[in-house]
Design a protein around this ligand. Structure first.
Ligand SMILES: [Zn+2]
Length: 248
């Protein structure tokens, strides 16, 4: 296959190649993962130098290659420079990049994942630090929904029984479970009664709302622990950034 194509991409990861090149893993605005070589990108003065960084949004030209495509041009759309200077923001944004990298590695995903990823990273850059965990939790629950794993929060995921204030979440079932089903489900984790409404809010809230009115620290912590277990159970690849973020 030969030819050139252009794409707007969110850079997810870069890895060194040879003396001075980089392999860039990025998500394009259609939801396809792009892996391309940026030649000479690690040489000082290269046109890619400082541009091809995780969390940046670029308008790129690519040439199709036999194994990997080659990035031939890159125009910066958003650097997210302020985010990259803050250690905690980088940890939070790394969860976003890692998730998008893994879920789009083998299959094309929903184009909305690109928008969600860019919006979350922008929100992490501008929101107060205490809102970051809520934004990460909102990203995870929305991202899971977009890949077809929307948690079931209204009624028991196992038997369908109405459960007001459920006290357990089935990691394998992907939703809240009633007391009876929880008893026989080895993958049910006990939760506080407020968890299901917190997850439902994270699913429906806009990111700006989540940033302006974050969950209480304890509730957010619980949501992240449950979401990490849910993500880990359903997505085979290990997400180190998520593990580290939730471990604290
Ligand atoms: Zn049940």
């Amino acid at each position: 296959m030969s030819g050139a194509y252009s794409a707007r991409v969110l850079v997810l990861r870069k890895t060194k190649l040879g003396e001075s090149d980089l392999i860039v893993t990025a998500l394009d605005s259609e939801g396809h993962q792009v892996r391309a070589v940026a030649k000479g990108a690690r040489k000082p003065g290269s046109r890619f130098c400082g541009r091809v960084e995780p969390f940046t949004v670029l308008d790129c030209l690519f040439a199709r290659g036999r194994t990997l495509d080659v990035m031939t041009e890159a125009e910066t759309v958003a650097t997210h420079e302020a985010l990259r200077r803050d250690y905690d923001s980088v940890r939070a944004a790394s969860v976003v990049a890692d998730f998008l990298d893994r879920v789009t590695a083998d299959a094309d995903a929903d184009p909305r994942l690109f928008e969600l990823g860019v919006a979350t990273i922008s929100a992490l850059e501008t929101a107060p630090a205490e809102a970051a965990p809520t934004l990460v939790a909102a990203f995870l629950v929305k991202g899971m929904a977009m890949i077809g794993l929307r948690p079931v929060l209204a009624g028991c995921v196992s038997c369908g029984a109405e459960c007001e204030e459920p006290k357990a979440f089935s990691v394998s079932g992907g939703g809240v479970v009633c007391q009876k089903c929880a008893a026989g489900d080895p993958d049910a984790v006990a939760t506080s009664p407020g968890l299901s409404s917190a997850l439902a809010w994270l699913l429906r809230a806009r990111l700006a709302e989540a940033a302006a009115d974050p969950l209480a620290a304890q509730a957010c912590r619980e949501a992240l622990v449950v979401l990490r277990a849910f993500v880990t159970r359903h997505i085979p690849a290990r997400m180190r950034a998520l593990d580290e973020y939730v471990r604290g």
